[in-house]
Design a protein around this ligand. Sequence first.
Ligand SMILES: [Zn+2]
Length: 429
Amino acid sequence: MYGITISSSFGPMPETVDRLFIHCKELVPLMDGPPCGARRGEAMRSVDVIEDGAIAVRDGRVVAIGTTSEISAAYDANDVLDLTDTVVIPGFVDCHTHPAFAATREEEFHLRCAGADYMEIASKGGGILSSVRAVRAIGEDALTERVLLHFDKFIAHGTTTIEAKSGYGLDTASEVKSLRALTRAMAEHPLTVSRTFLGAHEVPMEYRERRDDYVDLVIDEMLPAVDRLCESCDVFAEPKVFDAVRSERILSAAKVRGLRLRVHADEIEPMGGAELAVALGADSADHLAVVSEAGIAALAGSETTAVLLPGTSFYLGKHRHAPARKMLEAGCAVALASDFNPGSCYTMSMPLIVSLACVLLHMTPAECLCATTINPAASLGLDAEVGTLHPGKRADFVALDLPSWKGLGYVFGGNPVLMTVKDGEVFGV
Ligand SMILES: [Zn+2]
């Protein structure tokens, strides 16, 4: 048993906690490594399994974990939940999402199904720019309601922590509105959220002929307006969107303001985005479908997490996926995320992302466990709080309808989540 042992002068007495979760068919707490820090290489392949596992929870935190007989002997609670026939793992941490949008884009999906290319749709004013029109038109209250609906669905899919970006406003007022909507939704919802300003998601139509003026606007007007509404700043670093010079200008200015950095890097055309992220000390370089050998080496020698988004390359029908095996073998800290957004990846299901990572990126289910929990938590600086079930951390975990933990990835297409527990509170079932 891992936890605090209580005894008194009358001998050991059960300690009272708020809630006990018992009889997990398999409990996988990811406690065979340190509680904090991203795991790499061999450390991502080690999985600790407690059969007939149990968790004691108080004040929203893990007090102890062990077998059901160990925990039942040491702890008492009025509320005891039986998790027979479930596999319990830490709550998913989804470190790349775009939930601050106002309208879905299924019409565009129909065009893509009929053969249109994503970039071709974008060049005709569709894509991100259609989401921009919708966010500029919606009120802050309505956008907050929309974000709350998205937050509910993350919980329903077993995700207990997300990173959430703005980036469909692309003017100061609309970016502030997006981050305020995220902030208000966070205050009303149990989900743990790390907010990211993505004013440099795309160049809006009115600045297409004067891109440097838009970069100036992001740096001189938007960053001062949003830096207290977010933890991080991100840039869509692509040669035809924000090239290396413009990306570096924005990210450096954000860093000076005390923001953490994340980078959409090397998704479509190689540009040294991974190298740029490492050079700036970013928490993550995301996408990486066309990352260079030098980029992989730079990531491997750094604290910058490689965040892979197989849902996006799948959903866009791409045949080129991030070279995950090369990155894993090189020793990069690898995380997986959904990239939930209305255009290029409409899913918030991390179990589905795991299936795609196994099949398309050739990652193992064990590697995927780390890549959807402790590694993304570390990339957000939240690893002392979430990502594993070490005593003292938040009681965030998910009970899955799987034959064993090895069924993660193998079972796909439905939602295997039977129950999500967030800060010790039960959602679902
Ligand atoms: Zn993205």
